[in-house]
Design a protein around this ligand. Sequence first.
Ligand SMILES: C[S@@+](CC[C@H](N)C(=O)[O-])C[C@H]1O[C@@H](n2cnc3c(N)ncnc32)[C@H](O)[C@@H]1O
Length: 232
Amino acid sequence: MSDYPLRTFGRIKSRPIKPRQAALMTSLLPRIAIPEGRVEINALMPHAQAVWLEIGFGGGEHLAEQATRLPDTLFLGAEPFLNGVASALRHIDERGLGNVRLRAGDARALMSDLPDASLDRLIILFPDPWPKARHHKRRLVQTDFVAEAARTLKPGGRARFATDWADYADWALERFLSKPAFRWLAQTADDWRTPPADHVTTRYEQKRLGDCAPIWLEFERAGPDAYLKLTH
Ligand SMILES: C[S@@+](CC[C@H](N)C(=O)[O-])C[C@H]1O[C@@H](n2cnc3c(N)ncnc32)[C@H](O)[C@@H]1O
């Protein structure tokens, strides 16, 4: 789906994975890994009332907390950073979560495996900023990514994007709104300055590494007419 191979801002693996987490990589991960190829949502969790996808879940704190709050929702997570996957497995194991499935890899490949209109929510929290202009093409949010988001979200579904890099917020807003498939839900400045009520603070967010306070962009996937305009 993207012309650009996965380039992560950090490394895929930075420090040795702790023995307990390493054990979960061989025991738990194979049981909850999302297989390559077309994803059958029902096979992952029959009767799921909703499906969320979190892209780049980092250490998995947000994913695990949301999955705890919403036990009838299926949570898909994609993250290539193996220490992050190992950390998420620990949270999933400790909380005994049965509604989380992971892809240890590129979210863009996972999205292309998803059927049309399969997601209720798409969550992108503090993606790698790639602030230098010559690296902007490595950013996750690109025009073709937004088209995939439109394809995989159900009409009325939501996409949430947060960043603490002002230029990436502008960049994402421009791309999400370049097609009629998405409607920006903000009505006042408070809506993009204030974390959404159901947000769970992430590890990266706490580091405040960006050049501005966090910016929260919430989009709604418009109805089928807008989808046709996007794809034709
Ligand atoms: C800056 S970190 C933020 C992590 C987490 N969301 C948080 O807020 O703490 C960005 C994460 O996105 C992951 N990432 C980068 N490219 C990705 C891709 N194509 N698919 C899935 N995850 C990706 C990175 O490995 C990294 O863990």
